[in-house]
Design a binder for this molecule. Structure first.
Ligand SMILES: [Zn+2]
Length: 124
């Protein structure tokens, strides 16, 4: 694993730990809290952790590339930068960052799901 990836993983783990710590601090600052109130605090923190962990794991899969070298019309895919999309998962609504391509002939846009389909680790 490269150093940058390790640092990024450490940052994600730290943010998750901070969210867990915030729940315990909230509990400490609110003596006599009901089970219901504590459940709400834990629920909010866990939901935030689910999204954070999912976004980080998805980001590790890369920013994607077109599955074919050329568009179905025969035109070439031209890289147009990155776009962020909101995607619904079982762990909540997450943001994913992907490379965006446009066909130089017909203008079709392509927003890859991850690694090319069929490649080990591809998303679909
Ligand atoms: Zn095309």
């Amino acid at each position: 694993m490269r150093g940058g990836e390790e640092m990024e993983q450490g940052a994600v783990v730290n943010r998750i730990m901070e969210r867990a710590k915030a729940v315990l601090e909230w509990s400490q600052a609110h003596p006599g809290s009901t089970l219901r109130e504590l459940e709400e605090q834990v629920q909010k923190a866990v939901q935030a952790i689910r999204v954070e962990l999912m976004e980080a794991a998805v980001a590790q899969q890369g920013v994607g590339a077109p599955p074919e070298a050329s568009c179905s019309c025969g035109g070439a895919w031209v890289f147009k930068g990155y776009k962020t999309r909101q995607v619904t998962t079982t762990q909540g609504s997450i943001r994913i960052r992907r490379a965006y391509y446009v066909c130089d002939r017909c203008g079709a846009g392509f927003f890859p799901p991850g690694r090319p389909i069929g490649e080990p680790g591809g998303m679909e």
